[in-house]
Design a protein around this ligand. Structure first.
Ligand SMILES: Cc1cc2nc3c(=O)[nH]c(=O)nc-3n(C[C@H](O)[C@H](O)[C@H](O)COP(=O)(O)OP(=O)(O)OC[C@H]3O[C@@H](n4cnc5c(N)ncnc54)[C@H](O)[C@@H]3O)c2cc1C
Ligand SMILES: *[C@@H]1O[C@H](CO)[C@@H](O)[C@H](O)[C@H]1NC(C)=O
Length: 486
């Protein structure tokens, strides 16, 4: 049994863990006589093969630049992303990122390997391949002192995995969405992630998107939306949102209910992909962040990334939030001279919590609110979805601001609230003033486009209140989840 003492120990070399190891090591190496001793413990250093984290928003690209890691996006066939294209029935609306800003889409595994390379090269960082089994706590104070972990070789040869102990002044948990240590660190303030839907993922070969180099969101009547983005020269990721509970025949559901509503150019590649490949799926979880430090969480440990805070992946914001968190906390941690002083650490955690709010709240709230609209499953949400689509069709600031919010370029919850409620009122206006498909009054057969007749106004007025109320019920609890502090 070997023991090792580090200044900082990071569990999980995913997006957040790898970036933090690099950032903390490089910032502190300039400030200190000897570099910090950092351990980055990851259960598998081979290239991850997952359906998550494949589109990085412009604000995420900017965060990588701030961390000095921008070349993590180069050297493999990452695709520039210039914005979004939202597809409803046969209509498209183009939503470009403002001012020529760009995001990137790529195979998740290749990006992670590039981030890990940065971590390996950083001064004072030991990258250790081992699975963390449990936290080591002080018997009396319950302070986290380190972790016990098993190296893969000891599992592979059939011998009993001997656990090794690693000690550190500070343990940072970045083990992702299925975190094993979240509840133990959060203690009484622990909350379960809420999962309302899943993404089923497949790779389409040589598919032609309605707008190349744009994230594509296809709205599907009666079901969750479909996301598509090119991740390499020949590969396009398709993520189909399927509501909880999952149907027993997932492929059948997608083929018969979803595919017919997607652009025709995609039908063949989708059929081929579903024939040749297994569908993979991930839960789409929402987990608001709780404040850490002080009396809220366990001494000696910090949660970072998906282990702490998750939002719906519809808007592709997870990595952007995680990288922005790393930018802020690495600067704060670099100033700390004694990581075991929990009063000082608690103060730092509180500052971090509020400094990240503008960006993380905007992205978190928008992801779930937009999912409610795009996955509309009641009459009022359908009205809001229609209104939202028509709002985008207005162009100008009706797309510039929303896409700036979504991509992290405009970290402003108040701007988000403004546009959300603007959409709500606009949806109500659309209900009264725009033509809809209605039954043909002459022969009752083919539906025609017509404005609602005046005698329907009282009913529509009543419905307007319900639509507005629905908007409040979508938005209110999300705001509350961001401002409550326990
Ligand atoms: C379906 C889906 C699609 C998504 N699409 C996007 C997108 O397009 N854009 C975007 O920005 N975000 C997206 N996200 C969110 C994004 O994937 C996450 O926010 C991001 O990966 C979080 O990074 P992380 O470092 O916290 O966790 P991860 O990147 O998951 O890293 C966790 C690491 O910890 C390791 N680990 C876990 N347990 C242990 C252990 N016990 N011991 C040692 N190591 C361990 C894992 O092997 C892994 O390497 C998506 C999420 C989902 C579910
Ligand atoms: C760090 O802080 C702890 C707790 O406040 C204290 O016990 C310890 O002596 C400090 N270490 C140094 C090197 O100052």
């Amino acid at each position: 049994m070997s023991t090792d003492h580090y200044d900082v120990l990071i569990v999980g070399a995913g997006v957040a863990g790898s970036a933090l190891a690099h950032a903390l090591a490089t910032i502190t190496s300039k400030l200190r006589a000897s570099p910090l001793r950092i351990a980055l413990i990851e259960r598998s250093m081979s290239e991850p093969d997952r359906i998550v984290g494949e589109l990085l928003q412009p604000a995420g690209v900017a965060a990588l630049q701030k961390l000095g890691m921008e070349s993590a996006l180069e050297g493999f066939d990452a695709i520039p992303v210039h914005g979004y294209c939202v597809v409803q029935s046969s209509r498209n609306v183009h939503i470009p990122y403002p001012d020529g800003r760009q995001g990137r889409s790529f195979h998740h595994g290749r990006f992670i390997m590039a981030l890990r390379e940065y971590a390996k090269r950083a001064p004072g960082v030991d990258v250790i391949e081992a699975t963390v089994n449990n936290l080591i706590e002080c018997e009396h104070t319950k302070r986290v002192l380190g972790v016990r972990a098993t190296r893969p070789s000891t599992i592979g040869d059939g011998s009993k995995g001997e656990k090794e102990s690693f000690y550190a002044d500070l343990v940072i948990i970045a083990d992702g969405c299925f975190s094993n240590f979240r509840n133990s660190v959060m203690g009484k303030s622990a909350r379960e992630p809420a999962t309302r839907s899943y993404f089923a993922g497949a790779i389409l070969k040589d598919a032609r998107l309605p707008m190349p180099q744009h994230g594509t969101v296809a709205l599907v009547k009666g079901y969750g939306p479909v996301l598509l983005y090119q991740v390499s020269e020949h590969d396009t990721r398709m993520l189909v949102d399927v509501k909880h509970p999952l149907p027993s025949d997932l492929k059948g559901h997608i083929l018969s209910n979803v595919v017919p509503q997607l652009p025709a150019s995609l039908h063949v590649p989708i059929h081929e992909a579903l024939d040749n490949d297994r569908l993979r799926r991930m839960p789409n979880s929402f987990l608001p962040s709780v404040e850490q430090g002080g009396k809220y969480t366990k001494e000696g440990a910090i949660l970072l990334g998906d282990a702490w805070n998750m939002r719906h992946p519809l808007t592709g914001g997870g990595m952007t939030v995680a990288l922005n968190d790393v930018v802020i906390i690495s600067k704060l941690l670099a100033k700390v001279d004694n990581f075991t002083n929990w009063d000082q650490m608690s103060d730092l955690l509180s500052r971090w919590h509020w400094a990240r709010k503008p960006l993380s709240s905007t992205i978190n709230i928008l992801s779930v609110a937009l999912y409610d609209l795009f996955g509309a499953d009641d009459e009022c949400l359908v009205v809001l979805q229609n209104g939202c689509f028509k709002y985008f069709e207005c162009g100008g600031n009706c797309i510039r601001d929303p896409v700036s919010l979504l991509s992290g370029i405009a970290p402003s919850p108040s701007l988000l609230a403004y546009h959300f409620f603007y959409v709500a009122f606009y949806s109500i206006w659309v209900m009264f003033a725009h033509p809809h498909l209605v039954n043909n009054p002459v022969n009752g057969e083919k539906p025609i486009l017509a404005r609602p007749p005046v005698w329907e106004y009282p009913y529509l007025l009543f419905k307007s209140f319900r639509v507005f109320w629905t908007a409040c019920v979508v938005f209110g609890p999300l705001v509350w989840s961001e401002i409550r502090w326990w």
